[in-house]
Write a protein that binds this ligand. Sequence first.
Ligand SMILES: CC(C)(COP(=O)([O-])OP(=O)([O-])OC[C@H]1O[C@@H](n2cnc3c(N)ncnc32)[C@H](O)[C@@H]1OP(=O)([O-])[O-])[C@@H](O)C(=O)NCCC(=O)NCCSC(=O)C[C@@](C)(O)CC(=O)[O-]
Ligand SMILES: NC(=O)C1=CN([C@@H]2O[C@H](COP(=O)(O)OP(=O)(O)OC[C@H]3O[C@@H](n4cnc5c(N)ncnc54)[C@H](OP(=O)(O)O)[C@@H]3O)[C@@H](O)[C@H]2O)C=CC1
Length: 433
Amino acid sequence: MTLDSSLPKFRTLTPADRLEHLAQKLPLSKDDLRLVAEPGALPLETADSMIENVIGKFELPYAVAGYFQINGKDVLVPMAVEEPSVVAAASYMAKLVRANGGFHTSSSGPIMRAQVQIMNLQDPYGARHAILQQHQDIIDIANSRDKVLLGLGGGCKDIEVHVFPDTARGAMVVVHLIVDVRDAMGANTVNTMAEAVAGRLEQITGGRVRLRILSNLADLRLARAHLRLTPELLQTSEYSGVDVINGIVDAYEFAAVDPYRAATHNKGIMNGIDPIVVATGNDWRAVEAGAHAYACRSGHYTSLSTWEIAGNGDLVGTLEMPMPLGLVGGATKTHPLAQLSLKILNVASAQELAEISVAVGLAQNLAALRALSTEGIQRGHMALHARNIALLAGAKGDDIAWVAQKMVEARDVRADLATELLQKKSTLNGDNA
Ligand SMILES: CC(C)(COP(=O)([O-])OP(=O)([O-])OC[C@H]1O[C@@H](n2cnc3c(N)ncnc32)[C@H](O)[C@@H]1OP(=O)([O-])[O-])[C@@H](O)C(=O)NCCC(=O)NCCSC(=O)C[C@@](C)(O)CC(=O)[O-]
Ligand SMILES: NC(=O)C1=CN([C@@H]2O[C@H](COP(=O)(O)OP(=O)(O)OC[C@H]3O[C@@H](n4cnc5c(N)ncnc54)[C@H](OP(=O)(O)O)[C@@H]3O)[C@@H](O)[C@H]2O)C=CC1
């Protein structure tokens, strides 16, 4: 069936009805539905095999963002995240962007780098040449370690040799293995290769190999997304579309020039990306490390995205960044909900998953910049955060929505106010009893 990712009125349903609604849109089995609806999606035995010293499991809210259309294909986006307004903001922007043709994405190949550090060298440039002369031998040794990957068309494709002639510990040569990891995140894959070539590199150079590990600056594994919005789509009752667009571009320039702002701007992008990384069982530390190192590649920490005004006045947003995500390996296959997330996303390759993640990051960035440069973040965000504050004050059941609603109406969302409202409500209930 062709998926329509629009989710009108989805927010008004109960979690069980939302799941039922999804089941009508997606080919989910009864077991899939049970996995989401019932506790214990991750068996304790599986958890105990995943990490060490396990004492239980830690749960997060699991949601779906709607309206995404990417390269003409509708996508529902599973997100595991603790922060309110993230899912709403992503859905809202996807709804706007879909009205103007949706997101357009592309990506480089799934290429990772492994680094092998060689020390104790008197002639680092000579060592570099000697290594490059033997490059095919090194590639062959690396590839002898992963026949499965080779069979899939991946494997070590090339090497680079970087020289640091004068470190505090003397000359250092660093060999990069350039590896196509296909549908894996690839850390274990490339680490195995790096360890495999170490002996040969010592033979060639006469040096001493120390570290053999992937680089999280995955600058050869980039995913890209862009969008275009007309002023009409961005106008509100209070702001003209032209004003909103100018505000977004001013906000972008702020992040482009000032690292204090860029850190927050990029956090807003990661608000969209991390929840997908978590929901698909991928390594969010690796994605975060790669993102921020890439944002600093010019030596100046800056915005990962760009926002500009096209000749016809449209807003144009782009995002290009490392996205080392896998469909196999790590927890992607072992966590049952990660498998379900991949089923919901209906992706055929790790690159497709990477492209969707970057599109969601761009949507999230747009939502924040749009709110920040017009009405401010608090109205939309705090309205949704109000339910958390109500919970914090001890509200239960229907009281959660009641307390949250009262605070939103008062445009005053505070824990002490929530406590005060709850007390008033229980006094009222007591009076009525
Ligand atoms: C929060 C909104 C979306 C409200 O915006 P709104 O104008 O009140 O939304 P609406 O009621 O008109 O609804 C529009 C659409 O938004 C979605 N939507 C709206 N509400 C819900 C909801 N309850 N549950 C699910 N979906 C919701 C939904 O898709 C809906 O369409 P529908 O499906 O109903 O036809 C808007 O104010 C917004 O986008 N704000 C920005 C929020 C944001 O960026 N949050 C991230 C956390 S803040 C942060 O950490 C990052 C930051 C800000 O520091 C980054 C930076 O500085 O750059
Ligand atoms: N700095 C970092 O970021 C580090 C991260 N990690 C962790 O490493 C894990 C990810 O490593 P990764 O190498 O992806 O995981 P795995 O080693 O679990 O899986 C990769 C392996 O899966 C097999 N495979 C099967 N099908 C495919 C396919 N279609 N495409 C590619 N490979 C396929 C391959 O060969 P075969 O069957 O022969 O194994 C490949 O080597 C994550 O848990 C991450 O947290 C670890 C160290 C450092």
